[in-house]
Structures are given as C-alpha cells and as structure tokens.
Design a protein around this ligand. Structure first.
Ligand code: HEC
Ligand code: HEC
Length: 388
C-alpha cells in the first residue's frame, strides 16, 4: 500500500536495496557504518556547511544537530531562529532521523481513514529532494534570494570540488544553476539514507534483539505505552504495527496526522515578529495539514485543520521542546497532557485549533504520576547510540 513515489531523479533513493546497503548488515550487530558514497559525502558537506545562508552562519546542521537527535540543539526556545538575527520561524524543528521511512508524498489512505506521509509536519513537500530545496530559500531559515544565488555560493566553496567530482566538471557552470540546485538536493537526500540517520541502535533495539534488559521502570513504561496509555495506534512499538514498507525495527510513527489539541504557545517568538513578517501578530494560528490540503482539495481542508504529522519517538529524549509549536518543555509535560488534557482540574488551556481534536484515543487516561514517569523512562530507551 505504501506509496513511495519520489521525483524521478531521486527514484533510486527510495529503493530498499540501497536502503539495505546504506544501513549495513543491520543493527546493533554492525557497529561500524559502511563508508559513504561520493554523493552522500557531498550531501554531508552540504548538510554541514554554514556558508550557504544569507548572512552566513546557518546550515541544515544548525537546526538538525546529530548531537540533539537531528533536531534544534537550542532547547530553550520553542522555535528556531533563522540566519537573519532576530527572525524566527513558527514551528519547532523535529528530529529528521529516520525521515527516509516517511512516505514522501502526502496522500489519503482509505485504510487509515486519513492522510499519511509527506515531507514536513504539514506534508507540504512531495519528496526529500524538494524538502531539501526549501530551507535555503526560506526567509526564516537560510534566507537566500533564489536557487542561482545558492549555486553561485556553492561554486565558491571548497566543497565545489566534490560537487564537480560527483556531477561532472561543468556542473556548477553558469547556465546550469537549475539542474545544479536539484543535484544539490539529491546529494543531501542521499546523505539522509546513511547509517548516521538510521542507526537503530537504541537500548530498545538491543532489547528487541535480546541483547539488553529493560529496567523495571522501563518495562512498566513499555507495557503502559502498549496498553493503558494507548500510545501505539499512532506511535507503533512493533514493526508489524508500523508502516507497510518494513524498517528493520519499529519507527514509533505511522506517519498519519492528528490534532492532539496542543495549546497555543504564547512563548512562540513568531507571534511577536513584525507585521510585515507575521501579518496576524499574536493572533497567528498554525492550521498544519489544512494548509497543504487547501492547495488541492480546498473544500475539505477544514477537516484537516490543526492536524500534524505523527512524530517518530526515536531520539525523543534529545529533542525538547515537544509538539509543533514547542508548547511542552519536557517529556513529562507532554505525557501528562495526554493523560489529563480533558480533566478540568488539570487546567490545560484550550487547543490552538479546536477543530478535529482527537478525543477518542486519549485525554483522560487515568495514569498515576508514577505511571507517567514510567512512560518517560521507556521513551528514554529510544535514544540512539546505546552501548551495553
Ligand atoms: C532555522 C532552522 C532550520 C534549518 C536551517 C533547517 N531546518 Fe529542517 N526543519 C526546521 C523546522 C522548524 C522544521 C519543521 C517545519 C515544518 O515541518 O513545517 C523542519 C523540517 C525538516 C524536515 C521534515 C521533517 C518531517 O518530519 O517531515 C526535513 C527532512 C528537514 N527539515 C531537513 C532539513 C535540511 C536538509 C536542511 C538544510 C538544507 C534543513 N532542514 C534546514 C528547521 C530548520
Ligand atoms: C491519535 C494519535 C496519537 C496518539 C494515540 C498518541 N500520539 Fe503522540 N503525537 C501524535 C501527533 C499527531 C503528534 C504531533 C502533534 C503536534 O505536533 O501538534 C504527536 C507528538 C508526540 C510527541 C512529541 C514529538 C515531538 O517531536 O515533538 C511525543 C513525545 C508523543 N507524541 C508521545 C506520545 C505518547 C507517550 C503517547 C501515549 C500516551 C502518544 N504520543 C499518543 C499522535 C498521537
């Protein structure tokens, strides 16, 4: 059922054979990552450089730092600052580890009764390549004028050598800018297929392979996660329950969309940007998936308002704050929210978008404080790089 179409030049990227290659013999038994292909190496250089923003100083790595689970290492702010000092985007940077498993193009799934897949948490980009082209031009991120400017900047960097090795001696010549921009994004996408992003070596992976034991709190947390706390309809903890294109181990997301009813975050700096940037000022509301659906099915967009793509929970301990607007500062906060959202005495503010809030799966789970802590203990077993 899984629709893995991505743009033709990158079609090969979706091939599971390449995936198997990139991931090596499998987790945790293969601690040494296979060497990167030349294209992936170029992608790594493009991902890591901070010389391709305007002004210089920001790159993919600034908001997707491997030491922070490939999310923003600045845990104090709910959203990320851009290359231009003082400008902020409106969303919390998610982890991009395991992103290659996300069906690239958002589509309606009758089986799931909702939309699935798509790049970005509102599903607006149809492939990893097209996703990678956007941050360079996003005014709140790398803030370049146009693709040609980015390509001219690339031509002036040491990594231009790698670029020409991979794509030919004339790849960065004047007149080739459009193709070069595509190639740049292809290389970045290819890098995301590498082992670094898809390690499957958390404590939970070792546990699944029978190579680690969970502590009593972690075990109780897992049991609650799968049972009383009802997290698995959206964050499956088994491969059988995950997606249809099987990863070696579970991803803790079905890549579906839901409105969990997260409150508006008044600490989101975007609300206080000048009106030229945020015309709605503090009234700004993030409608999530609805913005994407409005582009091709405006009549039904309202049914998707407030929904965001279900996050993977892998590396979640490293990626605070949580939720699309960073409302939840800690894992305990968001677990407590799932547990008590609909309990009046808990005092949660109303949802940012009151439409389409999921009231079936959670809101009043009846978990004790200890049980919340146990779930948090379990979530912490999902951090990559475990060494027994
Ligand atoms: C200023 C911070 C910032 C920079 C720089 C940045 N990103 Fe992001 N990234 C974000 C935020 C915030 C989101 C979530 C926004 C959204 O989904 O609408 C995101 C989303 C993504 C996603 C989609 C994740 C998903 O679950 O669908 C990918 C993939 C990604 N970024 C890769 C990159 C790459 C590659 C670069 C460099 C070309 C980059 N980002 C540069 C902040 C940043
Ligand atoms: C009905 C589907 C659904 C269920 C059930 C569900 N979640 Fe989620 N979860 C989501 C969606 C959708 C998001 C993204 C919401 C947003 O950004 O507004 C999310 C986000 C999260 C995040 C934050 C991720 C991040 O990167 O910021 C955590 C942590 C989380 N869920 C844990 C849990 C736990 C623990 C449970 C069980 C108590 C649970 N979820 C139950 C759908 C669900």
């Amino acid at each position: 059922m899984l629709d893995r179409r991505i743009s033709s030049t990158a079609g090969v990227l979706a091939g599971l054979s390449l995936l198997a290659f990139a991931l090596g013999a499998g987790p945790p038994t293969a601690p040494t990552a296979p060497p990167l292909s030349a294209k992936a190496k170029l992608g790594q250089q493009l991902f890591q450089t901070t010389a391709l923003s305007n002004p210089k100083g920001q790159g993919c790595i600034s908001c997707h730092d491997p030491h922070a689970g490939f999310a923003d290492p600045d845990h104090a702010l709910p959203t990320s600052g851009g290359a231009v000092d003082g400008l902020f985007g409106f969303r919390n940077a998610p982890t991009i580890s395991y992103i290659i498993f996300c069906p690239p193009r958002v589509r309606f799934s009758a089986e799931d009764g909702g939309y699935v897949g798509g790049m970005f948490i509102d599903g607006r980009a149809p492939s990893l390549m097209s996703q990678a082209q956007q941050p360079f031009l996003n005014p709140f991120e790398m803030h370049n004028l146009d693709p040609a400017t980015v390509v001219h900047e690339i031509a002036a960097l040491p990594l231009a050598r790698t670029f020409r090795l991979v794509y030919g001696p004339h790849a960065l010549d004047p007149g080739n800018e459009d193709l070069a921009y595509e190639q740049m994004s292809e290389a970045i996408a290819e890098f995301q297929f590498s082992r670094q992003f898809n390690r499957f070596d958390s404590k939970y992976d070792y546990f699944l392979d029978g190579l680690a034991e969970l502590t009593p709190a972690e075990s109780r947390g897992l049991e609650l996660f799968n049972g009383k706390a009802n997290c698995i309809p959206c964050h499956p903890s088994t491969v059988e329950g995950s997606l249809r294109a099987p990863p070696p181990h579970p991803l803790f997301t079905d890549f579906g969309y839901d409105n969990i009813g997260a409150p508006k975050n008044w600490e989101n700096p975007f609300l206080y940007m000048p009106r030229t940037i945020n015309p709605d000022g503090p009234d700004f509301i993030d409608y999530g998936l609805a913005n994407t659906i409005a582009l091709f099915d405006p009549e039904h967009a309202q049914e998707e308002a407030g929904k965001f793509k279900t996050s993977t929970l892998r590396n979640i301990d490293l990626t605070a704050p949580y939720g699309h607007n960073g409302y939840f500062k800690t894992l305990k906060d968001i677990v407590h929210f799932y547990n008590t959202r609909d309990v009046p005495e808990a005092g949660w503010p109303p949802p940012e978008v009151p439409l389409n809030v999921n009231t079936e799966d959670f809101g009043n789970l009846g978990l004790t404080d200890q049980e919340e802590d146990d779930i948090v203990a379990f979530l912490k077993t999902l951090t990559d790089g475990y060494r027994p």
